[in-house]
Design a binder for this molecule. Structure first.
Ligand code: ADP
Ligand code: MG
Length: 456
């Protein structure tokens, strides 16, 4: 007897609703969210799922729970079978009733990377961040000394907040009073203090601290009054040798929205940058995070993650979390296959082991990207290095790790001095010019898979 599908659709969506409340969100999202009723016959409900993997997993791990949930919502006893199928229409579930489950699950996953555990000892130091790291460490041990203020800048997700919180953590352990605030918080408190005529309280809070650590000062943009307030706070703190630490998404040279007198003070101490991490640092970070989460991880998976996610450590970490969640909820150990599945990588298109990208490959990639001939990159075209040439120089030095002597013959025989200047130019553009930085990301993404994977 074939039964009424619309009715079973309702039963199934009620069952999903119940399950969504009962099981962790990540588990629900991975295994159940996109399932749907395919057919129903003789008290057997056939559920369409997206892959064989999901169907096997549901069969093995959740079938009983699902069948009893069906019984609970409908008082009907149905058996379920899972089949791989494409859905034409996935009924959307309201997420309002899942808020609690969501909170719990998010807590469960993020607790492995608890924000309060941003410390020096779990910050991986590499070429890209060692200046920022050592100056942060020095400031934490000797606040109010040579590096006051300490100004750290980098693109997003590269470890500024981690370092700032590590300073706060270390100083608190040394029984010092620390104020770590985001620029938004600072702004809100300042504005509220003015509105409620409580500027005295504000002043005493911000001046009776051993260190003021202010994150993301790019958000001072357009906030004249707050800048004024910060100016006075800065002066008071600095005069009494209290440490000030600032983080920003760009070099002060490119901060034109902060009043000059404040901006120049920001550069009194030390300005330190964090660059994009090299592949070794990315791999070390994966290992560290996996160790922190107490998850065994193999070398090939580490290398896959480190190769794929080059732009930000947040992205790298997010994908590792995803993989860990996938492994936890499936009960499967992390290996290369599971990683490819969890990260959505086409298993056919990658194949270990590592091969190098040659300087010739690099030139050919850049020439294709800029739609100019290889020859134009290889020879001097005018008195100045062209943008594609500068990009080749930068990538040859930073990504392929060539030496200056090796870069010279690649693109126009420019002097070491020009190459160094070009490299710095690119680095500055990367921070100040979003369009340019997108270009480099694209070029890098063409290079990176080749760096570690031979394309089939
Ligand atoms: P930013 O403030 O620069 O945007 P965060 O400090 O928030 O970046 O870093 C993003 C994530 O990457 C955080 O979870 C942080 O712990 C991690 N992270 C960044 N750099 C490192 C590092 N060198 N070692 C370990 N974890 C890092
Ligand atoms: Mg940050």
């Amino acid at each position: 007897m074939t039964q009424n599908i619309p009715e079973h659709n309702n039963i199934w969506s009620a069952t999903l609703g119940l399950l969504e409340m009962k099981i962790p969100k990540a588990s629900f999202e991975t295994w159940l969210k996109d399932t749907f009723v395919l057919s129903s016959k003789n008290n057997v409900l056939t559920i369409g799922v997206s892959s064989l993997f999901v169907s096997e997993w549901l069969n093995k791990k959740m079938k009983t729970q699902i069948e009893s949930a069906i019984k609970e919502v409908s008082s009907i006893k149905l058996k379920v079978v899972f089949t791989v199928a494409k859905n034409k229409e996935v009924p959307k579930k309201s997420s309002a009733d899942s808020t609690n489950t969501e909170k719990e699950t998010t807590k469960k996953i993020t607790s492995k990377f608890d924000k309060s555990t941003y410390r020096f000892d779990n910050f991986v130091v590499g070429e890209s961040n060692k200046l920022a790291y050592s100056s942060a460490l020095s400031v934490a041990t000797e606040p109010g000394g040579r590096f006051n203020p300490l100004f750290i800048y980098s693109g997003v997700g590269l470890g500024k907040t981690h370092l700032l919180q590590s300073i706060a953590d270390r100083m608190r352990k040394n029984s010092q009073n620390i104020l770590y605030v985001t620029t938004e918080q600072f702004t809100n408190e300042f504005v509220t203090a003015i509105q409620k005529r409580k500027t005295d309280e504000f002043r005493s809070k911000y001046r009776n601290t051993d260190a003021l650590i202010l994150d993301d000062i790019q958000f001072l943009q357009g906030k004249e009054q707050t800048q004024e307030g910060l100016f006075h706070t800065f002066n008071d703190l600095h005069d009494s040798n209290k440490q000030i630490v600032l983080a920003c998404d760009r070099h002060p040279q490119y901060v034109d929205f902060i009043h000059d007198r404040l901006l120049s003070r920001f550069q009194w101490g030390l300005v330190a940058d964090i660059q994009s991490p090299e592949i070794e640092t990315r791999a070390a970070i994966v290992l560290k995070k996996a160790e922190q989460a107490n998850i065994p991880i193999t070398e090939d998976v580490t290398s896959l993650l480190a190769t794929l996610y080059t732009h930000s450590i947040r992205e790298l970490e997010g994908n590792l979390n995803k993989l860990i969640a996938y492994s936890e909820f499936s009960g499967l150990n992390i290996n290369l296959d599971l990683a490819k599945l969890a990260l959505g990588i086409d298993a056919e298109s990658y194949n270990l082991p590592i091969i190098d990208v040659s300087p010739e490959d690099l030139i050919s990639i850049v020439s294709k990207y800029y739609k100019i001939s290889v020859e134009k990159i290889q020879t001097k075209q005018s008195g100045r290095a062209s943008e594609p040439q500068k990009v080749v120089m930068y990538l040859a030095l930073e990504t392929l790790k060539l030496r200056y002597q090796e870069v010279i013959p690649l693109c126009g025989n420019w002097t070491t001095k020009t190459i160094r200047a070009s490299n710095n130019w690119v680095k500055n553009e990367l921070i100040s010019n979003t369009e340019f930085s997108k270009k480099i990301s694209t070029i890098k993404s063409i290079i990176s898979p080749k760096l570690s994977y031979k394309l089939n």
